[in-house]
Ligand binder design. Structure first.
Ligand SMILES: [Zn+2]
Ligand SMILES: [Zn+2]
Length: 376
């Protein structure tokens, strides 16, 4: 009987709480699908960049990631912890693809000093640890200093870069840890031999001039550099020498952005493939500063940003001129242009940013409470 009463009371409390929360909480409507800064803590510049980043991420990865800030959850009639609020808001909005349930929501309740990264049920608990790490290491240190703008930007960036490498071949992440010193020694030895061989050759061919020699050495140097970059990679699993990946394989190993970087020559990628283990390895070589035609794009972070300077009115002795700096990313659709005066140091810049149309609703995904939370 006691048990029955306990059960009855429990059920009554549960049902009332459920009804109460269901009727009283009035979740906010979204204004767009990328950033909803209801708490108004992001400045215009970082909100614009963040929106572009999320837009690009959605296009590139076909994944919906949305950032929401609120002042207090109680402003919406909710009393309690952030977990339930986040799950309900996520499901109310339907973040993510309806079948894949792959959405991500970063929710910050400023005055409640709570935040959460809620992920769609399609991930199960796969992302929970990583999201917790991002919250603890990348976001909370800023939040503790009341730097919400920075915390959100850095956190979103970490989530995006983690998600970009999620389910990708391990090779990409292993490339950095390759030992560099053994082949370097061999290359130096070869260079010395080439150097002396060059002299013997010069003695033999009397017509060789010093300029000719220098050209040869330079060429040999650059081909030695090429050979060094092309040196084979040993497979980490079977310790056998891997084969250079074919053009077709390379297209599968590198991301779209990396392929474009490679094509534009801003970054050189060397890709290897071990057929028996089906593992891929990537070496990345950045161009020298002086050879950089393309800079890193602030939105997609690939070295695909091209900047042109156009003189609109040239400066004279008596008045300053006007020039325009146009930066355009060849990978994503980021572009930025500003006018500035030339001749006289006083710089007046008029920024303008193009805005392109973007999808205006979420895909209908749902969450079953996966993700991670933080309090500060
Ligand atoms: Zn192997
Ligand atoms: Zn870009």
């Amino acid at each position: 009987m006691v048990q029955f009463i306990r059960l009855f009371v429990f059920q009554w409390v549960f049902v009332t709480a459920f009804l109460f929360s269901a009727s009283a909480v009035d979740y906010p409507e979204y204004k767009n699908i990328y950033v909803n800064d209801f708490a108004d803590i992001l400045d215009a510049e970082s909100e614009a960049i963040l929106t572009r980043k999320l837009e690009h991420f959605r296009k590139n990865k076909d994944t919906e990631f949305t950032v929401v800030t609120v002042q207090k959850m109680s402003n919406y009639g909710y009393e309690g912890e952030i977990e339930e609020f986040a799950t309900n808001l996520f499901n109310e909005w339907g973040v993510g693809h309806i079948d894949r349930d792959d959405g991500i929501m970063m929710l910050v309740a400023i005055k409640d000093r709570q935040m959460r990264i809620e992920v769609g049920s399609g991930y199960g608990s796969n992302l929970n640890n990583e999201m917790q790490n991002i919250i603890n290491n990348d976001i909370l240190p800023y939040f503790k200093k009341d730097q919400f703008d920075a915390g959100i930007s850095v956190g979103a960036r970490s989530v995006i870069s983690f998600m970009n490498s999620y389910k990708e071949p391990i090779g990409n992440r292993m490339a950095k840890h390759f030992p560099e010193w053994v082949p370097e020694f061999v290359v130096i030895l070869i260079l010395i031999v080439i150097f002396f061989a060059g002299f013997i050759l010069a003695g033999f061919i009397a017509i060789a001039t010093p300029i000719y020699l220098i050209t040869i050495l330079f060429r040999m140097g650059s081909s030695a550099k090429k050979a060094y970059r092309n040196r084979a990679i040993e497979c980490k699993s079977c310790n056998k020498t891997t084969k250079k990946a074919s053009k077709f394989q390379r297209e599968n190993i590198l991301s779209k952005g990396q392929l474009l970087e490679h094509m534009l020559g801003s970054v050189i990628f060397k890709t290897w493939h071990c057929q028996p283990c089906n593992k891929t390895y990537v070496r990345r070589y950045d161009k020298n500063w002086s050879q950089m035609k393309y800079r890193e794009c602030p939105v997609c972070e690939f070295c695909t940003l091209k900047t042109d300077e156009i003189v609109l009115e040239s400066a004279t002795k008596f008045r300053s001129g006007l020039a325009k700096r146009v930066s355009q990313c060849m990978h994503c659709d980021y572009d930025f242009s500003e006018e500035y005066s030339i001749g006289i140091q006083r710089e007046t810049s008029r920024g303008s940013r193009s805005s392109k149309s973007s999808p205006s609703s979420f895909g209908g995904g749902s969450s079953s409470g996966g993700g991670a939370s933080g309090r500060w």
